[in-house]
Ligand binder design. Structure first.
Ligand code: ACM
Length: 538
């Protein structure tokens, strides 16, 4: 018996042969004006671009073919087809041998080329008649598909051919990420955000090759993830939010739905249960956990640092074991974030004792621990990770312990900081962060941590001042687009003057996606429906 998976590469060869045959019968040659692939508005900027100054005409006679060694390349092809449909209204066939008239092809191809370094690397060869996207893994192919999506013009060129046609500049792109961890965090605890809001954010982040969404699931104001063995956490602790509105929470099924949605976009979800401080909502639900000596009540304000678990009580660790076990079981990624920040009412010894014990619980469930930079004071394993937000001293200490560090300095990378004094939302305790300040710094050298100890970059979005998706988008966009480039592109490839032109050209995409971005005056927005007047305070 012949193994059908062995045959699949031959199907692809057959299709290529058929295609070359068809080319000979092609009637009309489209003459494109010269293009320049290196001037396209790609974000993040790819590692290498070599333009060849012609164009591939994407139209209804284009078809997509993928490697079929497993389903994952075909799924990436279908993802591309869906995105092309929503942008151009063209419905391209994927892996169909009877696709009708096929003049041009997009091949998404599993390749072992030595030029492809790491799982996320890809090569894109765009010629007049074909686009070949090579990657070692479907993850790399997915990143390359984002580049391709960005190369398709927002509008067709109807003067070049009888039917609408979207010209894509020809040339070669070789690309791979500078950092493996490129993230944003969303605080769903201070204000709750729905599954659909989170999915929209995931879609937008994936377009810019961000591959981590860290969900801050618990804080003083709310507990937002169902824990079956401790049901009051959400019944009581999830009932309110900042400002006193009804809060909300994700059932485990909803969380799994978010995780699966992110996975389809090659994005990892990192759950954070913040402790031993930031735990008022848990202690209101189960007062036995409380260690601050006061009777806990639901909290709808925005102060920090007043709550703590009782770090010397066995029940607390039984509780944490259950929480870590239940969440780890529905989180495929390798990380579990334990928070650990601003535990101002936990004694230093108790804090370190607690972090050490919780690290072991996280490891027991097969995960690597991440904590905000304060955790570096505990006696941690080098496999644990510190997230630098505040203290360079802590970040350096983590690095000395051989731990890797996520770079998220509040002064540069906090998405909840106001742009300037006119900002409608946000805080400014760390800094005002206009769009240029957000971009013009170097995660590679900011805290003096050796590059090999830097896992990547994350831009956290805290939600004290935002309560709906429009407000979320106002703070996140456009700054998070800059953070994607700070984490994907090399330092040599980053340049503010060049970036701000590419950023200006993201307006049509954001408008099509109905993103209520902040139209910063620093950017000469292209085709924006926003006027600068809209940023004035009402
Ligand atoms: C933090 O901003 N408290 C990590």
């Amino acid at each position: 018996m012949i193994n059908s998976t062995l045959l699949k590469p031959f199907v692809l060869l057959f299709v290529i042969a058929l295609f070359i045959g068809c080319q000979e019968h092609k009637m009309k040659e489209i003459v494109f004006p010269p293009t320049d692939l290196s001037l396209e508005n790609l974000i993040p900027k790819p590692l290498k671009i070599v333009p060849t100054h012609d164009a591939f005409g994407l139209d209804h006679t284009t078809a997509i073919y993928t490697s079929q060694t497993d389903n994952s390349f075909e799924e990436v092809g279908s993802f591309l087809a869906d995105k092309i449909k929503s942008k151009t209204n063209l419905r391209l066939a994927v892996n169909k041998t009877d696709a009708g008239q096929v003049d041009r092809m997009i091949f998404i191809n599993q390749s072992e080329s030595d030029e492809l370094e790491g799982p996320e690397a890809y090569q894109l060869y765009i010629s007049k008649d074909s686009i070949i996207l090579n990657a070692k893994t479907s993850e790399g192919a997915f990143r390359g598909v984002q580049t391709l999506r960005q190369l398709i013009p927002e509008t067709s060129n109807d003067t070049l051919a009888e039917m609408p046609l979207w010209p894509i500049p020809t040339g070669k792109i070789l690309d791979k990420p500078n950092f493996e961890y490129r993230g944003s965090m969303l605080d769903v605890a201070r204000h709750f955000f729905s599954v659909n809001d989170v999915k929209k954010y995931i879609d937008l982040l994936a377009y810019y090759k961000i591959n981590v969404l860290h969900l801050h699931l618990t804080d003083d104001q709310g507990w937002r993830i169902e824990i079956k063995s401790w049901p009051k956490l959400t019944e009581v602790g999830g009932s309110t939010e900042v400002g006193g509105e009804a809060g909300g929470f994700f059932t485990q099924e909803e969380y799994k739905d978010i995780v699966a949605y992110a996975q389809q976009r090659y994005m990892m979800i990192i759950p954070e249960i913040d402790m031993p401080g930031h735990t008022n909502a848990a202690s209101v639900s189960y007062p036995i956990l409380n260690g601050n000596g006061k009777t806990p009540k639901l909290y709808e304000g925005t102060k920090v640092g007043f709550s703590t678990f009782d770090t010397r009580k066995d029940t607390v660790y039984t509780f944490i074991d259950d929480v870590v076990r239940e969440i780890s079981a529905i989180t495929p990624g390798p990380y579990f974030h334990i928070g650990g920040d601003e535990s101002h009412v936990t004694k230093k010894n108790d804090y370190n004792f607690f972090v050490n014990k919780v690290e072991k619980i996280v490891q027991k469930y097969g995960k690597q621990m991440i904590g905000w930079d304060e955790v570096a004071t505990a006696d941690l394993d080098s496999t644990s990770i510190a997230q630098f937000w505040d203290s360079e001293k802590n970040a350096m200490e983590a690095s000395r312990k051989g731990m890797r560090v996520i770079i998220s300095p509040a002064k540069k990378a906090y998405l909840d900081m106001e742009y300037d004094t006119l900002s409608k939302h946000g805080l400014h305790w760390a800094a005002y962060i206009p769009v240029d300040t957000a971009y013009i710094w170097s995660p590679e050298s900011y805290a003096g941590i050796p590059k090999e100890n830097i896992l990547g970059v994350e831009a956290p979005l805290w939600s004290e001042t935002i309560s709906n998706i429009d407000e979320l988008e106002y703070l996140a966009f456009p700054r998070v687009i800059g953070y994607s480039e700070l984490s994907w592109s090399t330092e040599e490839n980053r340049n503010w003057e060049n970036f701000k032109v590419r950023l200006a050209n993201q307006a049509p995409y954001m408008e099509r996606m109905d993103v209520k971005f902040y139209p910063s005056k620093l950017i000469d927005w292209k085709e924006s429906r926003f006027t600068y007047k809209s940023i004035q305070k009402d």
